[in-house]
Design a protein around this ligand. Structure first.
Ligand code: GYE
Length: 306
């Protein structure tokens, strides 16, 4: 490599840069689409990608980051499984002069110089949109609305922020009660398992708020298994809008989906090239997203890319 003024690494020659990317895992349809987007965009952008899957374990991510530092990649990007506990390894990257880009999920490090930028969605806003739909749905009713919540993996930015945004909006009316809230780790299997437990201990559940489509899809199996009709007996709101979620929405089993885009690859490669050149980048890049009703899901499904 001839990195010279481009700093950092010993990755390829000429303009070719090497990126080390540590992915959370393969826990959901969202994650699969995100991985594909990053791999395809790297190819298109001529970025040499070293990719590793941490299977939702922070220790695996830290190991991957250390190995990228050792290999002297030009830039590191990663989607942190939880928000806390990154300062030491981020400091190591900084000392090695390797720029870091947070992708999709944030860290809670007080020292903002440990990374160059954070590209991803506004998860608080997503939670708020979910809450706003609910408030609108029940605006003419005075009865208590019993809500159960399936959270993402404990300590993850989207789990913390979606819970916060949703909670803030529904707090405006005391008729909304979250009667149970547990992590379902963003997976279908855990979503099903936790929903089964919710159904056993709570005879009257009106609404399920699941932090992603996959947990909602698992919960649908649990609800059907308990002899109830998802979307009718229990209203379901999820976040992501991946294909299987959109199909369930079109089929009336989910009532509302807040979109969270996994297609971050192109923007990530653009940012990577800039930070490697030492150019200024915004410290926060927020993805643009929408919401879907069943009718809108039917319209959108044929053209959805994931
Ligand atoms: O919503 C979920 C995935 O971090 C935004 O992680 C991402 C979330 C996404 O497992 O499906």
């Amino acid at each position: 490599g001839d990195s010279g003024a481009t700093g950092g690494g010993g990755g390829g020659g000429d303009d070719k840069i090497t990126m080390g990317f540590s992915q959370v895992g393969a826990e959901s349809g969202w994650r699969t689409a995100n991985t594909k987007s990053i791999q395809e965009s790297a190819k298109e952008a001529g970025v040499e990608l070293k990719f590793s899957d941490a299977q939702q374990k922070q220790e695996n991510q830290i190991k991957a980051l250390r190995s990228y530092i050792q290999q002297k990649v030009d830039v590191i990007a990663f989607s942190p499984v939880v928000v806390s506990g990154w300062d030491t390894v981020l400091k190591e990257a900084k000392d090695a002069k390797i720029p870091v880009i947070l992708t999709d999920r944030a860290v809670d490090s007080a020292d903002k110089t440990l990374y160059k930028t954070f590209l991803g969605s506004d998860f608080v806003e997503e939670g708020k949109k979910a809450g706003q739909w609910l408030v609108e749905q029940y605006k003419d009713s005075k009865d208590t609305v019993n809500i159960v919540e399936l959270q993402g993996n404990t300590g993850a930015a989207p789990a913390i922020d979606r819970k916060k945004g949703f909670g803030e909006v529904i707090a405006a009316d005391p008729k909304f009660k979250i009667i149970a809230s547990q992590p379902g780790d963003f997976t279908r299997a855990k979503g099903k398992e936790v929903m089964e437990a919710f159904l056993k201990s709570n005879p009257k559940i009106d609404v399920l708020f699941a932090h992603n489509d996959d947990m909602g899809l698992g919960a649908i199996e649990a609800i059907e298994g308990a002899g109830k009709t998802p979307g009718k007996d229990i209203k379901i709101i999820t976040i992501d809008a991946v294909h299987d979620g959109m199909q369930a929405l079109a089929d009336g089993k989910i009532n509302y989906i807040v979109e969270c885009s996994p297609l971050l690859g192109t923007q990530l490669m653009d940012l990577a090239k800039k930070v490697v050149k030492g150019e200024q980048v915004p410290e926060r890049v927020v993805t643009e997203e929408t919401t879907f009703t069943p009718e809108q899901a039917k319209q959108a499904l044929p053209d959805r890319k994931y």
